[in-house]
Design a protein around this ligand. Structure first.
Ligand SMILES: [Mn+2]
Length: 317
C-alpha cells in the first residue's frame, strides 16, 4: 500500500501535487488542519508499505516514524520544520533542510529536478517565502501578473489550512488536494475550479475584519495582536501574521486567537529581515513548535499570557 501523509497547507498540498504528477498512483491520503502535525501516529503500516511524508516536523513524529520503520515500512520524508536528531535507518530516505529560505515544496522540486516548478513556486508563496518564490520562479519567465496570481493562489491554499477544526475551513484539506490533483497547470485550476474564488473571497473578507483589530502591545522590534474566538479569526490568524511580517519586515509579530475563555492559540512570525527565532521561542512553551521564520503554540493558558508577551518581546528585542 502507498500512503501519502501531508500537511494540509499550501506547502504540503503542492509538494504532493508535484510528486504525484510525476508518479501517479492511488494512495491512502492522510492530512488534516495545518496544525495537525502529529499525522504519522494515524498511520498503520508494515512490510511492503511505502509512506511519503511531507511538511510535518520529524521531531513531532519521531516515535511514530521509528515504529513504522521497525514494522517494516519504507518511508520517504521531505520537510523543513525543526527536526532535532535525524535518525538513520536503511528504510528511511530523508530530504530535510531547515534553512529559513526553503520549504518542503522547493525541496521536492529539487528532488524532481524542476519538473513541476510552478507548483513549488505556489507553495513558497503560501509559506510566506516571497523572495524564495520569486527567485525559484525565474526559469518560468512568468509575467508579473501571472506571478501575482500564483502568490494569491499560494496564499489562498495556505489560508484554507488554518482553523481549530475542519468546521472552520472552506474545504477539508484532503478535498482541496483532490480538486487540485487533476491540474498540471495551476492557472488552469484558478480558471476552472470554483475553489479558488471561494477561498479568495473568504480570505479578503476575513482580512478586512482582522485589520480592524487594535494592536495589544507594540514596540520598535515587536507587536502583539489578539483576535476574538470566532471562525473568521481562526481562519485568518496565520495569514494575518504573514501579512504583518511582509509589511513590517524589521518586526516580530505574535497573533493570538482566543480559544474559549482561558486559552489562546498563538502564531509567531520572526522578522522577515532575519527569518530566525520563531521556533526557538515557541518551543519554550509546552505545545509550541514550527520553523525558524514561522512557528506557533497550540494552547497558551491565559495565566501565561503576560509571561508569553514578556518573553516574546525580549526574545526579539
Ligand atoms: Mn511548509
Amino acid at each position: 500500500m502507498y500512503i501519502d501523509v501531508f500537511n494540509g497547507d499550501a506547502d504540503g498540498i503542492c509538494a504532493l501535487q508535484q510528486l504525484r504528477l510525476v508518479s501517479p498512483l492511488d494512495s491512502l491520503l492522510v492530512t488534516g488542519l495545518k496544525r495537525d502535525i502529529g499525522l504519522l501516529s494515524q498511520v498503520s503500516a508494515g512490510e511492503g508499505d511505502k509512506i511519503t511524508v511531507l511538511d510535518i516536523s520529524l521531531d513531532k513524529n519521531r516515535n511514530a516514524l521509528m515504529a513504522l520503520l521497525d514494522a517494516g515500512a519504507e518511508v520517504t520524508y521531505f520537510d523543513h520544520h525543526f527536526a532535532g536528531n535525524i535518525p538513520q535507518h536503511p528504510r528511511l530516505q530523508r530530504v530535510i533542510d531547515t534553512q529559513p529560505d526553503t520549504c518542503t515544496s522547493l525541496l521536492v522540486n529539487e528532488f524532481l529536478q524542476g519538473k513541476h516548478l510552478v507548483w513549488a513556486v505556489t507553495a513558497a508563496f503560501g509559506d510566506n517565502l516571497f523572495d524564495s518564490a520569486c527567485e525559484a520562479a525565474r526559469p518560468l519567465n512568468l509575467s508579473n501578473n501571472k506571478l501575482a496570481l500564483l502568490k494569491k493562489l499560494g496564499t489562498c491554499i495556505n489560508y484554507n489550512g488554518y482553523g481549530a477544526s475542519l468546521d472552520d475551513l472552506f474545504f477539508p484539506p484532503v478535498d482541496l488536494y483532490k480538486k487540485i490533483k487533476p491540474y498540471e497547470d495551476p492557472f488552469d485550476f484558478i480558471n476552472e475550479d470554483d475553489a479558488y474564488n471561494i477561498l479568495l473571497n473568504g480570505y479578503e473578507e476575513d482580512m478586512l475584519k482582522a485589520t480592524t483589530v487594535n494592536c495589544e502591545s507594540e514596540n520598535e522590534s515587536s507587536a502583539v495582536y489578539i483576535l476574538p474566538d470566532t471562525k473568521w479569526a481562526r481562519r485568518v490568524s496565520g495569514i494575518f501574521g504573514n501579512d504583518l511580517a511582509q509589511k513590517y519586515p524589521n518586526k516580530a509579530h505574535a497573533v493570538l486567537t482566543a480559544k474559549g475563555k482561558d486559552r489562546y492559540q498563538v502564531s509567531v512570525r520572526a522578522p522577515l529581515r532575519t527569518k530566525k527565532g520563531a521556533d526557538k521561542l515557541c518551543r519554550q512553551f509546552e505545545t509550541g513548535g514550527g520553523r525558524q521564520a514561522a512557528a506557533g503554540i497550540n494552547e497558551l493558558p491565559d495565566s501565561e499570557l503576560d509571561n508569553f508577551i514578556a518573553v516574546f518581546k525580549q526574545h526579539f528585542a
